[in-house]
Write a protein that binds this ligand. Structure first.
Ligand code: ZN
Ligand code: ZN
Ligand code: FE
Length: 755
C-alpha cells in the first residue's frame, strides 16, 4: 500500500474537477480525498502502486473539458488505512493562487435537456452544469463558491440542492446551478424600463424582432442590441440611433449550416466557431448571402458567432440569424448593469429582454479570424479571460497598463500572466472607470499585490497617467514597439533575442517621434532599433488619422516634390484645402513625422481611390486588404533601402511612383492593392535578410496591428520561410494594442529581476 499527496494548479476550480476526481477514484479503486484550496486542488490517494499509477495516468488524460493542469506535484506519505474516497469542503486559507475559469458556452448535455419536453429544465434559459455556463462574469470574490458569485441571490430548491450535493450528478458543485423553481427569470421591459406584461417574454421578444424592432438582450458579459439581419429598415435605424455609420455588426446564427448560408467556412474556421470560447469569427461573405448590405458595408467579410447561452439558443431557434452587436453608443463601454442599460440605451432600444442574474464583470465578445492555418484573436475577451498565459520563467508580480485605444491590462504571478478582457478606448470616461475597477477586481481575485507597474512610454496616454498616480510602486516605462515584440515572444515562450518586424498605427518612439514601421532586435531586457519605414509628415496630426487623403498628399510630395502628378481625386479636392495642406507639409506646421506603416496603408488606400476619410480606426487599411485581388497577381511595387545614421530606412518613394503609373494606366484598386502588399512583404524579407547578415540572428517576430492583415501576414510568412527564418506570430494574444500589456509585463518583470 502507498499514499500520495498531489497538489495541482491550473484551471481546476469551477470546472467539475472534484467530481471527476471522485468518480475516477471510485472507478479505479483508490481511497483518500480531494479538496479545493487557494492554490488549486489537493488530492490524497491511497492504494496499491499499480492502481495509483493508473489513477494518475487517467487523471491527466481524461480531464473535464474546461479543466487544464499547469502544475502537478507529488509527495509520498505514510499509508493510514483509509477505505473510502471523500470530497472535502473548500479551505479558504493563504493567498489564492487558483485560476478562475472563463465563461463557457452551454454544453451538449445541457442543450439536450433544454430541448427535452420531459426534462424539468425544458426551455429554461439559465440551464448549466459543472462543465458549462457562466464563470468569470459572475465571480465576485474567491474561492469560487456559490456565495462568492452573483448566484448568491438565488437559494437552491431541494431538487437543485440534491444535484449540487450529489457527487454522481452532472451538477455536483456546479455553482451557477439553477432551475425554473429557484433560479433567475427573464423579464421584458419597454424602452422606458417599464415591465411589459408578457406571459412568455421570449415569444414576445421574437415577435418584436420579427416586426423589425431593436431589442437589447442581456447576455453573459453585457447587453447586445439585436435586430433581424435581413431587415434593411431596422438596420438603418440601429445605425442611426447608435451613431455608427459603417463599422461592421456581428451576427449570431443558430448553427453551422445556417452560417454556411452567409459565409464560406473552412475546417479551421469551423473549429474556431465551435470552440467553447465561441468568439466572433471573421468569415468571407457569400455573394448570395441573405443579409442586409447594412450589416457590413464595403466589406467582403462578415463576423459571425454561434449561440453560447441557452437563451441565445432559444431565441435563435425562432430566428435563424440576428445582428448581435454590443449594446452601447459608439466608444462607450458595453452596458451590463440593468439600471445603467435602461438609462443609456433608452434612445436606442425599443425593448429590453433582461433577467435578474447580475453580471459582475463586463466582457465583450472575443473576435478572431483564421490566418496561415491557425486562429488569430483580434480581440481577446469573453471565453478567454481570465485564462493565464504561461511565461517562460518566474518573475516579480507586475501590473502592466497597456496602451489607450484598445485598452487591456495584465497582471503577473510567478510564471503566469493574466491579460484582462478588452476594455476599450480610455479617453471615454466610463471606459476609464471600468479600467480602474477591472484592475481592482482582478487583483482581488488573484490576491495579488503588484511590486512593479509597467506603462507605455507615451506620457499622455491615460494609462501612463494612471501609472503616475500609483506613487508607491516602482514604475517602468516601456517603448511601445518593444512591448509588441516581447508580447509576441512571450506568447511563443521565446526568450533568446529576436528580430522584430513591428508594424502598427502609432506608438511613441524613444526619440520622441511617432513610430510604427519598425525593425527591432531585442528581448525582455532591452532592444535596439535597426531600421524603419521612412518618416512621412502627418499633416494636421490626428486629423491625418481620420482623413487618409492627407497621408496620400504627404506621400505624393515625398515621392514627387513640388510637381504632383495629375490624379482624379487630387484635382477634385478644393484647391484651397490642397494648398493649405501643402503649405503645412512644406513648413512642417502641425505635421509630426511618422514611420507608421498604418499611415502608409492609409496613404495607399486614398491614392488607390479606396477611401479618403474613415469612420472607424483601421478602416482604410482593412478596405485596402478587402479590395485586394490576390491569386495570380505576382507584380510588386519596390521600395528602396537606404542607410541613414546606421539605420536601414525603407523608402516608399519608388513604390508610390509605380502605383501612380498604374493608376494613370487605369489599374483597378484590387490590382494596386495586391502589388502594394506584395512589395511590402518583399521588402520585409530583404530587410530581415540584411539584418541577419549584420546581427547573426535568424528568428523573427511579427507583431503590431498591421499583422491583423491576412494577405500581408501569409505572404510575409511565405517569403521569410523561403529565406529559412524561424518566424513567430501571434495567435491567442492579439497583435494589436490589445496584446501590448503582456509585453510590457514581461519587460518590467525582467527589469525587476535585474534591479
Ligand atoms: Zn452543461
Ligand atoms: Zn432549483
Ligand atoms: Fe501598437
Amino acid at each position: 500500500m502507498q499514499r500520495k499527496r498531489l497538489e495541482i494548479e491550473g484551471i481546476v476550480q469551477g470546472v467539475g474537477f472534484r467530481p471527476f476526481v471522485y468518480q475516477l477514484a471510485c472507478r479505479v479503486g483508490v481511497a483518500g480525498w480531494v479538496r479545493n484550496d487557494s492554490r488549486g486542488v489537493t488530492i490524497e490517494v491511497e492504494g496499491e502502486g499499480a492502481i495509483l499509477a493508473e489513477f494518475l495516468r487517467q487523471l491527466q488524460e481524461q480531464l473535464p473539458p474546461l479543466a487544464s493542469i499547469s502544475r502537478l506535484s507529488e509527495q509520498p506519505l505514510p499509508p493510514c488505512g483509509e477505505r473510502d474516497f471523500h470530497i472535502h469542503h473548500s479551505a479558504s486559507d493563504s493567498a489564492a493562487l487558483a485560476q478562475i475559469a472563463p465563461d463557457s458556452h452551454v454544453c451538449a448535455d445541457c442543450l439536450r435537456e433544454l430541448f427535452d419536453p420531459a426534462d424539468r429544465r425544458y426551455r429554461y434559459p439559465f440551464i448549466n452544469c459543472t462543465n458549462c455556463g457562466p464563470r468569470y462574469t459572475i465571480v465576485t470574490a474567491i474561492p469560487y463558491d456559490r456565495p462568492f458569485t452573483t448566484m448568491a441571490d438565488f437559494p437552491m430548491c431541494p431538487a437543485c440542492q440534491g444535484e449540487y450535493a450529489d457527487p454522481g450528478s452532472r451538477r455536483f458543485h456546479a455553482q451557477p446551478n439553477a432551475c425554473p423553481e429557484c433560479g433567475p427569470q427573464l423579464a421584458l421591459r419597454d424602452s422606458q424600463g417599464q415591465l411589459l406584461a408578457a406571459e412568455v417574454p421570449l415569444a414576445a421578444t421574437t415577435d418584436l424582432l420579427a416586426a423589425g424592432q431593436i431589442v437589447a438582450i442581456k447576455g453573459l458579459g453585457g447587453y447586445h442590441l439585436a435586430v433581424d439581419a435581413a431587415n434593411d429598415t431596422a438596420l438603418a435605424e440601429l445605425r442611426r440611433r447608435k451613431g455608427r455609420d459603417e463599422k461592421p455588426f456581428a451576427l449570431m446564427a443558430f448553427d453551422l449550416p445556417m452560417v454556411a448560408r452567409f459565409a464560406e467556412i473552412d475546417a479551421i474556421e469551423q473549429r474556431l466557431l465551435e470552440s467553447p470560447e465561441r468568439p466572433i469569427v471573421l468569415l468571407r461573405r457569400r455573394a448570395d448571402a441573405p443579409l442586409s448590405p447594412l450589416v457590413a458595408p464595403h466589406n467582403r467579410y462578415v463576423g459571425v458567432m454561434l449561440p453560447y447561452t441557452p437563451l441565445h439558443y432559444l431565441l435563435l431557434q425562432q430566428f435563424p440569424a440576428l445582428v448581435m452587436t454590443s449594446a452601447n453608443l459608439s466608444d462607450e463601454p458595453i452596458a451590463f448593469e440593468d439600471a445603467d442599460a435602461t438609462g443609456r440605451l433608452a434612445q436606442i432600444a425599443d425593448a429590453f429582454l433582461s433577467h435578474n442574474r447580475r453580471i459582475q464583470t463586463r466582457t465583450d465578445d472575443s473576435i478572431g479570424r483564421v490566418m496561415a492555418g491557425r486562429a488569430l484573436l483580434l480581440r481577446r475577451s469573453r471565453g478567454f479571460v481570465p485564462r493565464a498565459v504561461a511565461l517562460p520563467k518566474e518573475q516579480p508580480a507586475v501590473l502592466a497598463l497597456g496602451a489607450e485605444l484598445k485598452s487591456t491590462f495584465c497582471l503577473t504571478r510567478g510564471d503566469r500572466a493574466f491579460l484582462s478582457q478588452h476594455i476599450g478606448d480610455l479617453k471615454n470616461q466610463q471606459v476609464y472607470a471600468s479600467f480602474a475597477e477591472g484592475i481592482e477586481h482582478l487583483q482581488g481575485l488573484l490576491q495579488l499585490q503588484p511590486q512593479i507597474v509597467a506603462h507605455d512610454l507615451h506620457p499622455d496616454y491615460l494609462s501612463s497617467r494612471y501609472a503616475g498616480e500609483l506613487t508607491k510602486l516602482p514604475r517602468v516605462a516601456v517603448q511601445h514597439h518593444h512591448a509588441h515584440l516581447v508580447s509576441c515572444m512571450a506568447e511563443n515562450c521565446v526568450t533568446a533575442p529576436a528580430l522584430g518586424v513591428i508594424f502598427d498605427g502609432l506608438g511613441y518612439g524613444s526619440d520622441g517621434r511617432l513610430w510604427g514601421g519598425e525593425f527591432l532586435l531585442g528581448d525582455a531586457r532591452g532592444f535596439q532599433r535597426l531600421g524603419h519605414l521612412a518618416y512621412l509628415p502627418m499633416p494636421g496630426g490626428d486629423a491625418a488619422t481620420r482623413e487618409p487623403w492627407r497621408m496620400a498628399v504627404a506621400a505624393l510630395v515625398h515621392a514627387y516634390g513640388d510637381d504632383l502628378p495629375q490624379l482624379p481625386w487630387l484635382t477634385a479636392l478644393p484647391a484651397a484645402d490642397l494648398r493649405l495642406l501643402r503649405q503645412m507639409i512644406a513648413k512642417g506646421l502641425n505635421s509630426p513625422l511618422t514611420s507608421s506603416c498604418g499611415r502608409l496603408f492609409d496613404a495607399v488606400a486614398a491614392l488607390a481611390g479606396v477611401r479618403q476619410k474613415v469612420s472607424y480606426e483601421g478602416q482604410a487599411a482593412l478596405e485596402l486588404e478587402i479590395v485586394l485581388e490576390g491569386g495570380p497577381e505576382a507584380g510588386e511595387y519596390l521600395f528602396e533601402l537606404q542607410t541613414q545614421d546606421d539605420l536601414l530606412v525603407v523608402d516608399p518613394a519608388p513604390m508610390i511612383r509605380a502605383l501612380v503609373a498604374d493608376l494613370q494606366g487605369g489599374g483597378a484598386p484590387g490590382l494596386l492593392s495586391a502589388r502594394f502588399h506584395n512589395g511590402l512583404a518583399r521588402v520585409i524579407g530583404q530587410v530581415c535578410d540584411r539584418l541577419r547578415q549584420q546581427q547573426g540572428i535568424a528568428a523573427v517576430a511579427l507583431s503590431g496591428g498591421v499583422f491583423q492583415n491576412r494577405y500581408l501576414t501569409e505572404r510575409t510568412l511565405e517569403i521569410l520561410g523561403k529565406l529559412n527564418f524561424s518566424v513567430y506570430t501571434h495567435s491567442l494574444v492579439p497583435p494589436n494594442d490589445g496584446g501590448l500589456a503582456l509585453g510590457q509585463a514581461v519587460i518590467a518583470g525582467a527589469a525587476g529581476v535585474q534591479a
